[in-house]
Design a protein around this ligand. Sequence first.
Ligand code: ARG
Length: 561
Amino acid sequence: MDFISIYSQQIARHINGMLSVEEIAEMMEEPKLTQHGDLAFPCFQLAKHMKQSPNEIAKWLAEKIKSPSIAKVEAIGPYMNCFMNKKRASKQILRTIYHQKQAYGTHQFGEGKTITIDFSSPNIAKPFSMGHLRSTVIGNAIALIAEKCGYQTVRINHLGDWGTQFGKLIVAYERWGDEKTVKANPIQALFALYVLFHEKAEKHPILNEEARACFKKLEDGDGEATQLWTWFRKESLKEFTKIYELLGVTFDAYTGEAFYNDKMQDVISMLQERDLLVRSDGADVVNLEEADLPPCLIRKSDGATLYATRDITAALYRQVHYQFDKAIYVVGQEQAIHFQQVFLVLQKLGFDWAGNMVHVPFGFMLKDGKKMSTRKGKVVLLEEVLAEAVKLAEQNIEEKNPALGNKADVAKKVGIGAVIFHDLKHDRQNSVAFNLEEMLQFEGATGPYVQYTHARACAILRKAPVSQDMVEGLDDEFSWPVIKKLHHFPEIVMASLHSYEPSKIARFLLELSQEFNRYYGKVKILHDDPHLHDRLVLVACSATVLKEGLRLLGIHAPEEM
Ligand code: ARG
């Protein structure tokens, strides 16, 4: 049982139902200073009920509490500070972790339920942007955390493989492109064609007409257009797959926007039947004035469908096929309005499950204070960025541990891990400043720091493995902060899922690493005394939780680095 519950129940016993256990737990605070104990209960509320001063009540109640789990309760002014019985608590905590191993922190509340996670979703024939990287690592972490909480997940890559831009691309390719260049460097070549199209179209607007007509052909299944589109898609996917392999991210479905091409008519009919579709400037839209939202564009005047049409259709498809309990979309905050529109249209269609759809937005990746952009040729090629991170990691390892075996493999885990961790340690809504050197430091708030701490724990255990299962518990002041952190892991996992914030786990790992390193600095872990075995168990449990926490973020934990 967690400390808050233990203490709250003890308090509840003596106050005649004036406050419920839940109310007491709600008021509980964690003292800033460790010498003030593990929990502090403020007595102001009770004082009102009992018409006495909070200080008096704290004094009176502190005397009453007796539990083998609690070492002492101290009245400090209006607060009642509780010191847990370290030996007893640590015995139980270490035992649990030592036996559960990587299953520690698992929850059951998601069992039998499905979450679809729409993430990454880059656009065909365009570079994989920093925004897509953010979506990929945040989405992947949320999927892993959801699985840890018992959910079945469906990871969906809603590729941007449909829309008028493909008309533009085909027109550009047919006019100015050639097969060899595209084959050699697909995304760069296709993107260059796309940029060229826009330049030319500025002078010759007729090109836009041509592109629209071309996309219409594609929508109608024209052979030649479809062939080119299929090729562009295949080449782009090859490039994206390289990035996913580097990041260690997988998908259950690559059902992009095009997948819904033949399914949209049903949605349009449904909207018509319910009288939701209205004409506006020749286009068909759903009015959403009641929610202060701009109208949702469903069909253009030439009959072409739109991004929103495909998202509405995709949602229906996913509900039918996966029967999701929750559908989440990990997409930049600039698309917030789009998702509000899509969810509201589904609600107006009478689907209650639309209430279970969530847009999980995130901020920009910044470089030198500006948004990192893939537009107008200012392309940051992500593959190069990741390769650079691995190279820098390799240099760091070469400096710190030249004798290490399988350096290349470790450098990959550290380099990629650094990029992922750097992204995930920030609240996702905040923007992230991109700085490779900084994120690769072995000290400071970085992924390599956490990995290094894990490797340090592994090194101790290589010297002195845990030899038996018995755990007695530790009651020294240096192990206690580490044990308390370990104890919090399950609740951090849950909280990070509920808020869709992998950053909670990232920051927890940084704190745990700090506590562990402090412990390492202060205590002679390998000293041969009666507590040696328990200290090794503590090291093993720390390694387990660091590794499992990193895994939930999509990061490897090498045993040596
Ligand atoms: N391809 C889109 C973009 O790059 C993101 C798609 C997000 N998912 C969705 N279901 N709309 O902006």
